[in-house]
Design a protein around this ligand. Structure first.
Ligand code: ZN
Ligand code: ZN
Length: 166
């Protein structure tokens, strides 16, 4: 009987461990820069957000519980609020009636949301310049601290429709 498991870690695992440690260091530094104490809860929630995706509070709770089963919902919600307040995370309404969270970015960005499958694409703020100009003619200005959610169909759902773009 061979027992190769539980021997010295394979290089791939060592790499994963090192990547996890580096991610943790980065998260700790991020919190410190924002003036937040790097508590275990905040680090857990940040890790759940780190993928660059849009995740809702339940997904973050599930992710946090994988590592720390005792963490409760209100702790996760409070932690998310603190991260949003500190400018580390953003809360985004993607039109599903619930809030999504993502890591804050340098630039404001907007979201196109597929009305069929919920896929999300980012739209650069500069893309709204023509809209801002058109609005200016009515005397309106775009509110600069708001993000806009644009309903649409993602490429896959457009294709499934038989109305693919040329
Ligand atoms: Zn879609
Ligand atoms: Zn986003």
């Amino acid at each position: 009987m061979t027992s190769t498991h539980c021997s010295t870690p394979a290089p791939a695992i060592e790499l994963q461990v090192r990547a996890a440690r580096e991610a943790m260091d980065a998260a700790t530094a991020l919190l410190r820069r924002a003036g937040c104490r790097p508590t275990a809860q905040r680090l857990l929630v940040l890790q759940a957000l780190g993928g660059g995706d849009h995740v809702d509070a339940d997904e973050i709770l599930g992710h946090a519980r994988e590592r720390y089963p005792a963490i409760d919902r209100s702790t996760v919600y409070r932690t998310l609020d603190a991260l949003v307040e500190a400018g580390i995370a953003r809360r985004t309404d993607l039109g599903h009636g619930r809030a999504f969270y993502e890591m804050a970015r340098d630039h404001r960005h907007h979201h196109a949301v597929c009305q069929r499958c919920g896929a999300v694409a980012h739209v650069h703020d500069g893309a709204l310049a023509p809209l801002a100009e058109a609005l200016a003619q009515t005397g309106f200005t775009l509110t600069t601290d708001r993000e806009i959610t644009i309903p649409g169909l993602c490429p896959e759902c457009t294709e499934g429709d038989g109305h693919a773009h040329p």
